[in-house]
Design a protein around this ligand. Structure first.
Ligand SMILES: Nc1ncnc2c1ncn2[C@@H]1O[C@H](COP(=O)(O)OP(=O)(O)OP(=O)(O)O)[C@@H](O)[C@H]1O
Ligand SMILES: [Mg+2]
Length: 251
């Protein structure tokens, strides 16, 4: 399988109040097409920063990130913006949904912005509705963003992340704000999307969520301390084995 993401010696340093904070320290890993990778680790260890830098949302201090073989730090801002719009989907903690648009219009916004998306305006609307039906939220298509529940909003974010048929979806704690049932439902959908071929990289604090992924990266102090491959199809066994490994990692 081809590598969709190849990260080598990635460093990210924030300077706050003249103090240097080395948040990512020479992180190297790669992700194969079709994988579903979970990033875990203590709060403040650099998980969100890792997602932001490998997806080009934030700049890196040093190192290389190849996305589909392209060096993202060599791209011009407009090229990077196009790559993110056309080949990446995002489900992030702060939702970045626009308040003056309906849920459906928010979902299809990336399709309207993409120059590579050749669907007609009507087809984009239809696709948006189709995704909403699939995620079970078609009844809120015309609602405002503040007229929906957290679980519905999270599903709307998944629809939006899929609208341009991305190669990779990056998700930062996609189930973080959800109760157990909504969390399970969202994970069922993400697993289906992954099974259909979309690579997924997600950050989570929930071992049950991570157990559904093919691989887990454990980050401590801006470094990958360990990697774990989930094996077997029995969900309970996978969870137990992963939990044991996480305990060894200091979870
Ligand atoms: N924009 C920023 N400017 C300065 N420092 C930042 C910025 N974003 C994050 N940091 C710092 O980088 C470190 C890692 O933050 P990050 O958000 O990546 O952690 P995390 O592993 O996602 O934590 P959590 O599990 O709590 O979400 C923290 O020390 C944080 O204070
Ligand atoms: Mg975070």
């Amino acid at each position: 399988m081809a590598k969709i993401l190849e990260v080598t010696d990635l460093c990210k340093t924030y300077i706050t109040n003249k103090r240097q904070n080395n948040v990512l320290r020479n992180v190297s890993f790669s992700v194969e097409e079709g994988e579903m990778v979970a990033v875990m680790g203590p709060s403040g260890s650099g998980k969100s920063t890792l997602l932001y830098t490998v997806s080009g949302m934030d700049s890196m201090t040093a190192g290389t990130v190849l996305f589909g073989g392209k060096d993202i730090s060599a791209l011009k801002p407009a090229e990077l913006a196009a790559l993110r719009l056309d080949e990446m989907g995002f489900i992030f903690q702060q939702m970045y949904m626009l308040k003056n648009l309906s849920v459906l219009d928010n979902i299809i916004l990336p399709a309207r912005q993409s120059k590579a998306n050749t669907l007609s305006a009507k087809e984009k609307l239809e696709l948006g509705k189709e995704l909403m039906r699939r995620l079970g939220i078609i009844e809120i298509a015309d609602n405002d963003i503040n007229e929906v529940s957290g679980g519905q909003l999270q599903r709307a974010c998944i629809c939006r992340s899929m609208i341009n048929d991305p190669k990779v979806i990056f998700a930062d704690e996609p189930t973080g704000a959800l109760n157990r049932q909504s969390s399970n439902e969202v994970m069922v959908e993400l697993c289906k999307i992954n099974a259909e071929g979309t690579t997924i990289m997600l950050v989570t604090h929930d071992a049950r969520v991570a157990a559904k992924c093919s691989r887990v990266l454990y980050i401590v102090d801006g470094n990958i301390q360990g990697e774990y491959n989930n094996t077997g199809s029995d969900e309970k066994k996978r969870e137990r084995a992963l939990n044991n490994w996480l305990l060894e990692q200091g979870w």
